[in-house]
Design a protein around this ligand. Structure first.
Ligand code: CP
Length: 316
């Protein structure tokens, strides 16, 4: 059993989430300035075990680990003994036997990271599990929203697009509803979970199929990637029609309030979820989210190692 496991956002109390966000806010300007290096996690070995593709999550964990002085090793399922049929449980026990203190796991199955944590003796961080949860993404989104003044009770945020397949949506719902934000889920019926089409999804969350109607009342809009790799076909009439109804584009930017912010977890299908104009708009925070990701993951690696979240006095 893992000593510490972040499988979903609610594995951290609100106070612990705030401590992670405060620490990440400390890291952020130092990461942005570059040339930072600490010895805070010296002696802690971190393994990144990715059964699914990733750029942002994998690289930001690796960068954060290296900035903190952790020995950081990358493994992808392709080329590992997973290809020979090794089970998740055996992989976890094998890595524990090598003395890794922290394993960061991404997997296509919603329960796979929890299974890994049951068989690993160090700390486990969920880097995205199937359609289930992506807690570190929700925390970096929270930092991005906090910096924009939107992470506050009564603010209204829309999550737009492929709700049906989105682990990012699940983790954001957990985090945002616990803080009293109102969330609109904006999607065609075919991309909403069937049970959520009937009435209120949960307190503070409702389905709104009309993006244009919602836009003027939003403080933030989070566009989701179309997860075509998880679609079995027939869910969409066509990407052009989807983009016309649910894509964020120049006419819709005009309807969005001037103080609102635009997020997307990436990777982005440009021209589908967002048009080129979005990247040129000062309200766009997509690249800022990526930088926040390094800072949040630095704080989370310290949490996983059981060390203070900020390496005060340990500049290498
Ligand atoms: N947002 C996100 O998880 O991106 P990657 O798949 O590139 O890690």
């Amino acid at each position: 059993m893992a000593t510490r496991a972040l499988l979903r956002v609610s594995d951290l109390s609100l106070a612990e989430q705030d401590a992670v966000l405060d620490a990440a806010a400390w890291y952020l300007p130092r990461v942005e300035a570059g040339r930072v290096k600490w010895s805070h996690l010296r002696g802690v070995s971190t393994l990144l075990m990715f059964y699914e593709a990733s750029t942002r999550t994998r690289v930001s964990f690796e960068l954060a680990g290296k900035l903190l002085g952790s020995d950081t090793i990358n493994v992808s399922a392709k080329g590992s003994s997973v290809e020979k049929g090794e089970s998740i449980a055996d992989t976890a026990e094998t890595l524990a036997a090598m003395g890794f203190g922290i394993v960061v796991v991404r997997h296509g199955g919603a329960d796979a990271v929890a299974l890994f944590a049951r068989h690993f003796t160090g700390a486990v961080l969920n880097a995205g599990a199937g359609r289930g949860a992506h807690p570190t993404q929700a925390l970096l989104d929270a930092l991005t929203l906090r910096r924009a003044g939107v992470l506050a009770r009564g603010k209204r945020l829309a999550i737009v697009g492929d709700i049906l397949h989105s682990r990012v949506m699940h983790s954001n719902l957990e985090l945002l509803t616990a803080r009293g934000l109102e969330v609109l889920l904006i999607a065609p019926p075919s991309l909403m979970p069937p049970a959520w089409r009937e009435g209120p999804v949960m307190p503070g969350v409702r389905w709104e199929p009309d993006f244009d109607r919602a836009l003027p009342g939003l403080d933030a809009v989070m566009m989701l990637r179309m997860q075509r790799e998880r679609m079995e076909g027939g869910l969409l009439p066509g990407l052009e029609e989807y983009a016309a109804l649910y894509g964020l584009n120049a006419p819709r930017l005009k309807r969005l309030p001037p103080a609102a912010v635009v997020l997307h977890p990436g990777p982005v299908n440009r021209g589908v979820e967002v048009s080129e104009e979005v990247y040129l708009d000062p309200r766009c925070r997509i690249n800022n989210q990526v930088t926040c990701g390094v800072a949040v993951r630095a704080a989370l690696l310290c949490w996983a190692a059981g060390r203070p979240l900020i390496p005060e006095g340990s500049e290498a």
